[in-house]
Each structure stands twice: as C-alpha cells, then as structure tokens.
Design a protein around this ligand. Structure first.
Ligand SMILES: [Zn+2]
Length: 292
C-alpha cells in the first residue's frame, strides 16, 4: 500500500463514503411537471422513500456502517416520515437542492432561491446540513460559492480528483468530496422509457464485481470510494444484496474505513498536507467555438 500518512484517511488505505440520494419524484418532475400525470412513473420513483430507504437503513444497521443521505427539499416535504426514519437511524442528512433542477439549467438567482428553499425545509426537521450535492452533479461555477456562503462545509459534485481536497471559493474555503459516474448506481440500473432516465438493467453481480475491483484499486492508490446510490434503484432486493456484498467485502479487507461525508470533510479541512485548489471557471473566446 502507498503512503499511510495522509491525514484525511486516518491511516486507512481507502476511505469509503456510502451516499444515498433520495431523489424520489424530483428528477422526473425536473424533466417536466407533465410527468406528475404518469402513475407508473410517479410510483416507480416513490419506491425509493417507501421501500428502498427502510431496507437500506436495515442493511446499514446489519453491517454497522454510517452513511450520508442527500435529500431534496421536495422529497422531504412529500415523505416526512422517511426523513424522521433517517434522523432516528443516526445517519447524516445533507442538502440536495429543493427541486432537483440542475444548477446549470437555472439562472444564478433561481439557483440561489432553490438552494435557500432546500435549507428551509431541512431546518423544519431540525437539520442543519453541512454538505451539499448538486442535482445530477451538474454544479454551476456559482455552486461551490453558495455552499461556502451559506455556511456549509463541503460539496460533492466536482470530478477533477478521486481524493478530497480543500476548495477556495470567493465566499470561503470548503471541502470538495468528488463523486464519479462509475460509482453511481444510476448508470447501472436506471431504466425508464419516458422520461428517458436510462436504458440499462445491469446484473447486480456485475456491479458488485466492478465496485469491489474499484475499492481494491483505490486501496493501492489511497483514494476515496465515493459511492452514490439511489433508493428507487438500489432499494430493489437483488441490488441491495449486491451492495451488502460490496460493503462486507470491503470490511473483510481490513484497511477500508467507512465514514460519513461530514467526517471526511472535517478530516479534509484539518489536513494541511492536502492540496488546496482555487475555483477557476473556464472561459472560452467566443470566436473559438460556437455556443452550442
Ligand atoms: Zn439526485
């Protein structure tokens, strides 16, 4: 194994974050509110908070590992009992927008209003989130600054590293905990013809193999295993058992630590050896490329 002295890993070869984005109906409605009329589509998404979350909470209890739940404001309002279950379980709850519209699809003022509305909803449950993840990870260049401005400690949307880092924004320094598409159940399991959310129903056994391989590689490279799952997808029985296998296999390795995003962010902000990056928006001359 490579260096054991990286403070943010606290001596582990690989730090794993189990994150669950409880999107429910919100990403479908973000495709158009007309989908509210589609009973199959709405109930397909409702499976997440109704069945997926309780099953996931039981599985996490079985393996005795912590997790982070990113819950959109709209989902929290529609499923308050689910939010209470997550609170009672002791897992972290974090900010995942209000509407699940992507920041890149909104004006800066719309993004800010959506961000604030989500905070107000969580506050009604007594939750003061310390972390944020943009809808579909589609952060704007403003997003990390909003996270800092509203006093949150971390974001989990950017993809330029596979280790956490300190990110200096115009509004202050936060931790960035990078996710990646390869560690997202959406690409493996999302199948919905209309709206077209995905076209894949991968074997959970294949997915477990892929994620275990990634954990083993990350143990060698000292990386962060940031797993993103969605209860409407990974709450299905066969997929949940594959996820249990991934977690149990990682635990058997003996050098993988599971932590909430909050704990990883705190360790990141405390670690003076970690790279600090400045938020540097990309600008391109108008005569170089067409806009679309
Ligand atoms: Zn989401």
């Amino acid at each position: 194994m490579t260096s054991q002295n990286a403070g943010w890993r606290q001596g582990a070869a690989c730090v794993a974050a189990l994150t669950f984005d409880v999107d429910a109906e919100s990403p479908v409605l973000a495709e158009g509110r007309r989908y509210a009329d589609h009973a199959m589509v709405m109930t397909h998404q409702a499976f997440g908070p109704l069945v997926g979350v309780p099953r996931i909470l039981q599985m996490l209890k079985d393996v005795a590992q912590p997790a982070t739940f990113f819950i959109p404001g709209l989902t929290a309002e529609r499923y308050p009992a689910m939010v209470e279950q997550v609170i009672d379980s002791g897992h972290e709850i974090a900010h995942h927008s209000y509407t699940h519209r992507t920041p890149t699809s909104m004006t800066p003022s719309e993004e800010r209003a959506d961000f604030e509305r989500a905070l107000k909803v969580l506050d009604r449950f007594g939750i003061t989130p310390v972390g944020h993840r943009a809808a579909l990870w589609e952060a704007s260049w403003q997003t990390p600054s909003l996270v800092a401005e509203y006093g949150l400690k971390y974001d989990s949307s950017l993809m330029d590293f596979d280790t956490p880092y300190r990110l200096e924004t115009p509004a202050g320094t936060i931790a960035e905990l990078p996710p990646h598409w390869s560690l997202d159940d959406w690409e493996q399991y999302a199948f919905l013809p209309n709206p077209r959310l995905g076209e894949v129903i991968q074997s959970p056994l294949t997915v477990a193999d892929m994620w275990i391989h990634e954990i083993d590689a990350m143990r060698r490279h000292g990386a962060m295993f940031m797993l993103t799952c969605h209860p409407f997808l990974s709450g299905r029985a066969g997929r949940l058992e594959a996820l249990r296998t991934v977690i149990e296999t990682a635990m058997e390795r003996g050098d993988v630590t599971f932590a909430t995003c909050k704990a990883i962010a705190e360790a990141t902000l405390r670690d003076p050896d970690l790279e600090a990056r400045k938020l540097e928006p990309v600008s391109v001359p108008a005569d170089l490329y067409p806009l679309e």
